[in-house]
Design a protein around this ligand. Structure first.
Ligand SMILES: *[C@@H]1O[C@H](CO)[C@@H](O)[C@H](O)[C@H]1NC(C)=O
Ligand SMILES: *[C@@H]1O[C@H](CO)[C@@H](O)[C@H](O)[C@H]1NC(C)=O
Ligand SMILES: *[C@@H]1O[C@H](CO)[C@@H](O)[C@H](O)[C@H]1NC(C)=O
Ligand SMILES: *[C@@H]1O[C@H](CO)[C@@H](O)[C@H](O)[C@H]1NC(C)=O
Ligand SMILES: *[C@@H]1O[C@H](CO)[C@@H](O)[C@H](O)[C@H]1NC(C)=O
Ligand SMILES: *[C@@H]1O[C@H](CO)[C@@H](O)[C@H](O)[C@H]1NC(C)=O
Length: 663
C-alpha cells in the first residue's frame, strides 16, 4: 500500500516536472499574441511610410522597433522614432500593451490627443512622444502612470494648464514640456528625484515655484511672464531690468511700467546698474543660503561663517551693531538679508518676498508701498524707500529704535532690508485701509459715510498711538497725515504708520508738496520735524476729520486748502454751518462734541510751537470731552501708555488753554 502511494507520488512528481518542461518549452516558442494583435491593429489603422513592415508570420518579438521581455511573454519596448507615422493614435491598440515599459513615438507626424486607454500602461517607465503635432490639453491618462520615470511631451501643440496631478508621478526623473502652448501658472512639481525639467517656450505666467527654482533659466525661457527663481524676481520691489541679471544696464527696457514712461525710464536707468549688481549678489546670497544648513526665518541668525565678519552687522541688528566697518566682497551676500524683529508670527525670507505677487498700494513721500502676497498666502506691506541718505549704520540704528515700539495704535515694523541700492520695510497689512481713503474715497453712491462715533474713535486712537511714539518711543513721527492713519478691521481703532523715517532722508531736499498741508509753519523754515510739529500735523488731521476736507494736497488733483487758516477765517458762530463735514450733519446732539474737538484741533495748530499742547495732553483732552459717554469704550485710560512720561509732561496751563483758544 505504501509502495503504491510512493510510486503514485513519484509519478505525479515526474509528471509535474514534465509539464513544467513542456510549458517552458512551449513558452520559448510562443510569442505574446495579444500584444501582437494590438500592434497589428495599430499599424493597420495608422497611415505610415512603407519602411515600417511587420511580417505577421514572424514573431512579434522580432519586429522592427519591438522588443519582448526575456521570456517572450509580453512586449516590453516599442520604439518607433521617425518612422513616418501620421495622424491620430487609434484607440484600443497601443493601450492594450499592458506590460509595456518604454514607448517612443518621437519625431513622427502624430496628431490629436493621447487616447484615454493609455491609462492602462501601468508599467510604463518612459514615454517619448516629442516632436509630433499632438494637441489638446495635457493628456490626463498620463498622470495616472505612476511608474513613469521619463516623460517627454516637448515640441507638440499641447495647450492649457500643466496639471498639478503631475505630482502623481512620484518616480519622475525627467519631464520635458518645452515648445508647446501650455498656459496658466506653473504648479509646484516636486518628485523627489527630478533631474531634468524644461517648460521653456510655452505661454506660462506667474511665479516659479520654489521646488523648481533649482533649474536653470533656460528651462523657463520664452514664456509669457514667468518670474522668480532663476528668472528676475516677480515683483516691483526689485523691478526686473532684463532677463539676465548680469546684462549691461544700458539695454534695460522700461519694462511694464510704460504708463509712466518718463519717470519709470529715469528710475530704471539710474538704478539699473546698481540693480544688476544687486541681483547678482542676491543669487550669490541665495546659493550660500542653500548650502547653509537650516534656517530659522523668524529670527535673525548669526551667520555661521566666522570669516564673514561684516555679516555680524546685520546678523546682530536688534541687539547692537558695531562691526559695520568691513566692506569685503564676500560679506555683501550676507548683508542682503531680511532682518526681522520678534513676533509677528512671520516666517518668510527675502527669497519668498521676491517671489511674492505685489500690487502698488500707494506712492508716498518716502517711497512706494506694495501689498505683497507670499506664496503661502501671508500678506504684508512692503515699503520701498527711495532717496535714503542714511548710512547703513544709521539706518540700522533707527530701525532698531522703531522695531522696539509696540503699541496697539502704532503699526509695528516687522522687518527691514538694507542694501546699497534697496531699502525695504515690512509691515502688517491693514485691509481696512487708511483714513484718507475712508474720508476722501469716492463719495458717490455706495459710499458709507464715516459716522461721528467712528471719527472720534479714530481721533482718539491715533492720538494715543502718536503719544506713545513721543513718550515711550521718543520718536518724532514726522509724517502725520490721513493716509498714514490706518484702520484696524476689528474695532475701527486706528494706528499710525510711517513714523520715524524723516532722519533717513536728506533734510535739504526740497519740501514735499504732498505733505505741505500738514506741515507746521516752522518746519517749512527749519526743515526739522519735532514733537511739536507732529502736534501741529495732528491738529490738521483733526480738522480734516471734522471738515471732511483734505488739506493742501496737490496730489489729490483738486484745489487744496490750508485747513487751519480756513477754519480760522470762519467766525465761531458759523462753524456748524460752514465748517463741519456735511456728512456729519445728519447726526444730532453731537454738535457740542464736534465744536470741542475742533477747538482741540485749533489748539494743536497754534503757529507758535510752544503754545501747542503735548501729544499726551491732546489724548487727555479728547478723553475728557467724552466723559459721560458710556457706549463707545473711549474711556480707557491712556495712562498705561504714558508710563515713564517725564520731560514730555506739558506745562499745566496748556490743560485749560486749548478750550479757550478763539479763532
Ligand atoms: C524570444 O524571441 C526572440 C525572437 O523571436 C528569440 O530570438 C529569443 O531566443 C526568444 N527568447 C526566448 C527566451 O525564447
Ligand atoms: C513574411 O515572412 C515569410 C516567411 O518568413 C515570407 O515568406 C513572406 O514573404 C514575408 N512577407 C512579407 C510581406 O515580407
Ligand atoms: C494618481 O495615481 C493614482 C494611482 O496611484 C490614480 O488612482 C489617480 O487617479 C491618479 N490621479 C490623477 C489625477 O491622475
Ligand atoms: C489658456 O489658453 C486657453 C486657450 O488657448 C484659454 O481658454 C485659457 O483661458 C487660458 N488659460 C489661462 C490661465 O490663461
Ligand atoms: C496669467 O495670465 C492670465 C491670462 O492673461 C491672467 O488672468 C492671470 O492673472 C495671470 N497670472 C499671473 C500670476 O500673472
Ligand atoms: C530647454 O529647452 C530649450 C528649448 O529646446 C533649450 O534651448 C534649453 O537649453 C533647455 N534648457 C534646459 C535646462 O534643458
Amino acid at each position: 500500500m505504501a509502495w503504491v502511494l510512493q510510486s503514485g507520488c513519484l509519478f505525479s512528481a515526474v509528471l509535474f516536472v514534465l509539464m513544467l518542461f513542456i510549458q517552458g518549452y512551449h513558452r520559448v516558442n510562443s510569442e505574446p499574441t495579444q500584444d501582437k494583435q494590438a500592434l497589428l491593429a495599430f499599424l493597420s489603422q495608422i497611415p505610415h511610410e512603407k519602411r515600417l513592415q511587420w511580417n505577421e508570420s514572424d514573431s512579434v518579438c522580432d519586429w522592427v522597433g519591438v522588443q519582448c521581455d526575456p521570456t517572450n511573454s509580453s512586449v516590453y519596448y516599442v520604439r518607433l522614432p521617425g518612422v513616418g507615422l501620421v495622424g491620430q493614435i487609434p484607440a484600443n491598440t497601443l493601450g492594450q500593451l499592458t506590460q509595456l515599459r518604454v514607448l517612443s513615438l518621437r519625431s513622427n507626424r502624430l496628431t490629436g490627443s493621447i487616447p484615454p486607454d493609455f491609462s492602462k500602461l501601468q508599467h510604463l517607465r518612459s514615454l517619448y512622444i516629442q516632436n509630433n503635432q499632438f494637441s489638446g490639453e495635457f493628456p490626463a491618462s498620463v498622470t495616472g502612470l505612476t511608474r513613469l520615470i521619463r516623460l517627454d511631451l516637448s515640441s507638440n501643440n499641447f495647450i492649457g494648464p500643466i496639471p498639478f496631478a503631475v505630482n502623481n508621478l512620484t518616480q519622475l526623473k525627467g519631464i520635458l514640456l518645452e515648445n508647446n502652448g501650455f498656459n496658466g501658472t506653473l504648479p509646484s512639481i516636486n518628485p523627489p528625484s527630478l533631474e531634468k525639467f524644461n517648460v521653456s517656450n510655452n505661454r506660462l505666467n506667474g511665479s516659479i515655484p520654489k521646488a523648481l527654482s533649482k533649474f536653470p533659466a533656460s528651462a523657463f525661457a520664452g514664456n509669457i511672464d514667468l518670474c522668480g527663481g532663476p528668472l528676475p524676481p516677480c515683483n516691483p520691489f526689485f523691478p526686473s531690468p532684463s532677463p539676465a541679471p548680469s546684462a549691461p544696464p544700458k539695454i534695460i527696457p522700461p519694462h511694464k511700467k510704460s504708463k509712466k514712461l518718463s519717470t519709470a525710464a529715469i528710475i530704471g536707468i539710474s538704478i539699473g546698474a546698481a540693480l544688476a549688481l544687486l541681483l547678482l549678489l542676491l543669487v550669490l546670497c541665495l546659493c550660500l543660503r542653500r548650502r547653509q544648513s537650516k534656517r530659522d526665518s523668524t529670527k535673525v541668525q548669526k551667520p555661521p561663517a566666522v570669516s564673514r565678519t561684516a555679516a555680524g552687522a546685520v546678523g546682530e541688528a536688534g541687539t547692537s551693531s558695531s562691526k559695520d566697518d568691513v566692506t569685503g566682497g564676500s560679506a555683501e551676500a550676507e548683508r542682503n538679508k531680511l532682518v526681522f524683529f520678534d513676533a509677528g508670527g512671520y516666517s518668510f525670507d527675502l527669497e519668498d518676498l521676491l517671489r511674492a505677487s505685489a500690487e502698488v498700494l500707494g506712492k508716498g513721500s518716502v517711497g512706494t508701498s506694495y501689498k505683497a502676497v507670499l506664496e503661502e498666502g501671508t500678506i504684508v506691506v512692503v515699503k520701498r524707500l527711495k532717496d535714503v541718505v542714511a548710512s547703513k549704520k544709521e539706518f540700522e540704528q533707527q530701525m532698531e529704535v522703531l522695531g522696539k515700539i509696540k503699541h496697539l495704535n502704532v503699526l509695528p515694523l516687522r522687518a527691514f532690508y538694507y542694501s546699497k541700492d534697496e531699502k525695504l520695510l515690512v509691515f502688517d497689512y491693514m485691509p481696512a485701509g487708511s483714513l484718507s481713503a475712508l474720508l476722501h474715497g469716492s463719495r458717490g453712491s455706495g459710499h458709507t459715510p464715516l459716522d461721528w462715533d467712528n471719527r472720534m474713535r479714530i481721533a482718539l486712537s491715533a492720538a494715543r498711538g502718536l503719544a506713545h511714539l513721543h513718550v515711550s518711543g521718543k520718536v518724532v513721527h514726522g509724517n502725520i497725515k490721513s493716509s498714514n492713519i490706518l484702520l484696524r478691521l476689528e474695532n475701527r481703532d486706528s494706528c499710525v504708520s510711517d513714523f520715524g523715517l524723516n532722519q533717513l532722508f536728506s533734510s535739504s531736499a526740497p519740501p514735499n508738496h504732498r505733505v505741505m498741508g500738514y506741515r507746521a509753519p516752522e518746519v517749512l523754515e527749519t526743515r526739522k520735524v519735532t514733537f511739536k510739529s507732529d502736534v501741529y500735523s495732528f491738529g490738521v488731521l483733526l480738522l480734516e476729520l471734522l471738515t471732511g476736507k483734505a488739506p493742501n494736497q496737490a496730489s489729490l488733483g483738486e484745489e487744496g486748502i490750508d485747513l487751519p487758516r480756513w477754519v480760522q477765517s470762519v467766525v465761531r458762530e458759523e462753524w456748524t454751518a460752514e465748517v463741519f463735514d456735511i456728512e456729519l450733519m445728519r447726526y444730532h446732539n453731537v454738535e457740542e462734541e464736534m465744536v470741542q474737538l475742533l477747538q482741540i484741533g485749533m489748539a494743536c495748530v497754534a503757529s507758535v510751537p510752544d503754545q501747542r499742547p503735548a501729544m499726551q495732553e491732546v489724548v487727555r483732552m479728547i478723553e475728557d470731552m467724552n466723559r459721560g459717554d458710556t457706549d463707545d469704550g473711549l474711556q480707557q485710560s491712556s495712562d498705561d501708555h504714558l508710563k515713564g512720561s517725564d520731560s514730555q509732561t506739558p506745562p499745566q496751563e496748556s490743560r485749560s488753554s486749548p478750550l479757550g483758544v478763539t479763532p
